[in-house]
Design a protein around this ligand. Structure first.
Ligand code: HEC
Ligand code: HEC
Length: 400
């Protein structure tokens, strides 16, 4: 399989201009779609590109696993044309009941691929019960949703379109629309060999989502460089190793962690016990834990219990990844914590509710932490400075 860096892939696809470095496409905007339509000639030309239908494995930034092939389902190989189609569908508000809500409305690239609101607002201004998680690094997710009820990105993508308070549409109507819009029909036929269906549309969206990475943070560069400090490189002759060494050293020099962030990292993996759950390439163990959020009142948030029916899973939610966490406030499944300092104070209290009570199902990995002011600041600095890196630049597409 070919390997293509996702940014190149997205810039190369179709005749859209590409943003090279920054995050923001529109200042303060929530605009969906670039004005104008994608001409049939443009679509035809991009579908005819020689590598448009060649399966590839994306390459993530520093910190992601070097080989991501195990994260791509066998029945949904990624191709440039499929990712590009998924990108259009992701930004297309016509997949909602009144033509106003797209996936990007609640998971917008300008807002850390979320909506920066405690809970999301769907069609006709309806509020949902939980906060929209980010779409960054979802390629690594073993399950999707706070309670993990979707086993794959494909299964997840089917949900919002038909959800009456999210996009308020039906897949029947969505299929009809995608077959009627000639530019879409042309792409579905070329990529999947037939007209649009719920299955093929969700496959395309999932393939697109697998290109949205966050990584290459000072922490990732630090981790990549660290093993080399134990090697004696002085008399090394292996050219490949020398090249990797030099790249790692340069990466660390160009992306330094502040001293405070370094101390925060020690705490994170040490006495603050964060890495009991936040481990792995995106700092998530992909497991479910009750850390004491939304557990007050007569109806505590059921979390994983809703899927398994096992008492021990009451109030347990999936450990979120932490890359670029500074972009996705407010925090937790109910958006109840506004800042990263509030998050650390919650852990310092040992996950108790604000009135001092404690969920009977609280994880045994959550207990009061002995942290002074400086240590709290250092942990916040690690989350903010240490874990902020690059995000795949994605241009909001013109639509067919
Ligand atoms: C009205 C807002 C809204 C819209 C529109 C929406 N989402 Fe979401 N999305 C959410 C919320 C809220 C959740 C969390 C729900 C839960 O866990 O119960 C979520 C969860 C997800 C997740 C799981 C992430 C994780 O970490 O587990 C993915 C992936 C996702 N959405 C992608 C999409 C895609 C693709 C679309 C379009 C087909 C879409 N969303 C449309 C609000 C929205
Ligand atoms: C027992 C496992 C566990 C431990 C230990 C733990 N976390 Fe978490 N963390 C979670 C879970 C689960 C959530 C989501 C909880 C929810 O929303 O219901 C979370 C949420 C977060 C969030 C918010 C993420 C978001 O997208 O909203 C941050 C930031 C965070 N943790 C940082 C830390 C830090 C820093 C520590 C150490 C002081 C820590 N965590 C310790 C499991 C854990």
């Amino acid at each position: 399989m070919n390997k293509i860096a996702p940014s190149l892939l997205l810039c190369g696809a179709l005749a859209v201009s590409c943003q090279v470095s920054g995050f923001s496409l529109f200042d303060g905007g929530f605009k969906l779609g670039v004005p104008g339509t994608l001409s049939l000639d443009d679509i035809r030309a991009s579908l005819a590109e020689p590598d448009a239908h060649t399966p590839f494995v994306p390459v993530g930034p520093v910190g992601m696993p070097a080989d991501l092939s195990e994260f791509i389902p066998e029945d949904n190989p990624m191709t440039k044309a499929k990712v590009e189609l998924g990108r259009q569908l992701y930004f297309d508000p016509r997949l909602s009941g009144d033509g106003t809500i797209a996936c990007a409305t609640c998971h917008h690239p300008d807002m850390g691929w979320t909506d920066n609101a405690p809970v999301s607002t769907g069609i006709h201004g309806q509020k949902g019960g939980v906060s929209a998680p980010t779409v960054m690094n979802r390629i690594l997710g073993k399950t999707q949703f706070w309670d993990g009820r979707a086993a794959s990105l494909e299964a997840q993508a089917a949900g919002p379109v038909g959800n009456p308070i999210e996009m308020g549409f039906t897949w029947e109507r969505a299929e009809k629309l995608l077959r009627e819009v000639e530019g879409y029909d042309m792409q579905f036929q070329a990529i999947f060999g037939g007209p649009a269906t719920e299955e093929t549309a969700t496959k395309a969206i999932a393939a697109f989502e697998r290109t949205v990475f966050a990584g290459g943070s000072p922490y990732d560069h630090f981790e990549r460089a660290t093993p080399f400090y134990n090697l004696d490189m002085e008399d090394e002759t292996d050219e490949d190793l020398i090249a990797r060494y030099e790249e790692a050293m340069q990466g660390e020099d160009d992306n330094p962690m502040t001293e405070s962030a370094k101390r925060g990292r020690e705490l994170f993996f040490g006495k603050a016990n964060c890495s009991a759950c936040h481990v792995g390439p995106d700092l998530s163990d992909e497991q479910f834990h009750n850390i004491g959020i939304g557990q007050m009142g007569p109806e505590p948030f059921p979390g994983r219990f809703a899927v398994t029916g096992v008492d021990a899973d009451r109030g347990a939610t999936k450990t979120p990844g932490l890359h670029n966490i500074v972009d996705t406030a407010p925090y937790m499944h109910d958006g109840s914590l506004k800042t990263l300092t509030e998050v650390i104070l919650h852990y310092k209290r040992g996950g108790t509710n604000t009135d001092g009570t404690k969920s009977p199902y609280l994880s045994d990995k959550i207990f009061p932490l002995d942290l002074n002011e400086q240590e709290i600041d250092d942990l916040v600095e690690f989350l903010e400075q240490g874990l902020t890196g690059e995000v795949t630049p994605v241009e909001i597409p013109r639509l067919p």
